[in-house]
Design a protein around this ligand. Sequence first.
Ligand code: AMP
Length: 330
Amino acid sequence: MKEKVMLTGVRPSGNLTLGNYLGAIKNFVDRQDAYNSYIFIADLHAITSPQNPQKLKEAVYNCVAMYLACGIYPSKTIVFKQSDVLEHGTLGFIMTFQTKMGELSRMTQFKYKSLAQSKAGVDTGLFVYPTLMVADILLYNTSIVPVGKDQQQHMELTRDLAERFNKRYGNTFLLPDVYIAPVGNKILNLQNPLEKMNKSDNGDNKGTIFLMDDVEIAKKKIMSAKTDSIARVHFDEENQPGISNLMSILSKITGESFESIENRYKGKGYGEFKREVAEVVGNLLKEIQARYEKFNDKKLLDKILYDGACKAQIVASETLKRATKALGLN
Ligand code: AMP
């Protein structure tokens, strides 16, 4: 019997990227046998910015089919949609009240994303969504959360708030550990390797590889990735961020160490190295896309989400009951 719980989630906004796969989903897939595993579609997080309802529905299906295509098995992992389990909203509301304004304003994601919104006014959702994330994690007595490096601060907030609640109201929540993999925890934009690879790549999407990209286009994106004039395949994030990013992508997919990659490419140019990365990424995309076609069936996806929500809700409602009892609300 697996005792420890692993959980992660992805917002269904835009297509999933190579960054999502390498930073979060792959780490989850590689461990789904060892844990009591939950993965959810974070559709409540998606509505923290305005969405087209029809497109959001489609994005949810797209995201579940993608999870399955990436290697998540509903027989091993509980796959569900966040909004189907109402406990997320209620516990999110409760956790917001355990939080200081200062804690939320210090979140780098908030600082960064609110800059883009500052002219039209910053959405409250952008400010408070980390407390919903806290609830997402605590509801399932989660031990480990595989996420990319951008989520580290939110994970620290989760531990802080769980600890604060436990101190104030008695032992209610398990404190989770964050799992940030040593390699591939921050895949960078191929055209601007000082920035994270994001779903919304301002402009022509040349810096972002989407898992559904045409394979030849994805390979071209790798071939035209920004590098440097040092002309040495070497892992040095500060001075060679572009090459280091491509090395992380290669290493995370194949498992080969940086040292071994460096040795193989001693005295060789970037062109040859990029061709190998392009080939490896192209093959990964081909595999994922072939499986995606198999799972892109709304009836099948609805059944998986329904079954998943029923199972998730049993655990979530127990945790919420514990929290409301501790608060004197029931
Ligand atoms: P999001 O797309 O913001 O919902 O992120 C979903 C998951 O993917 C989170 O665990 C992120 O940390 C992870 N992630 C997103 N972009 C990247 C990236 N460029 N590199 C590594 N992990 C990422």
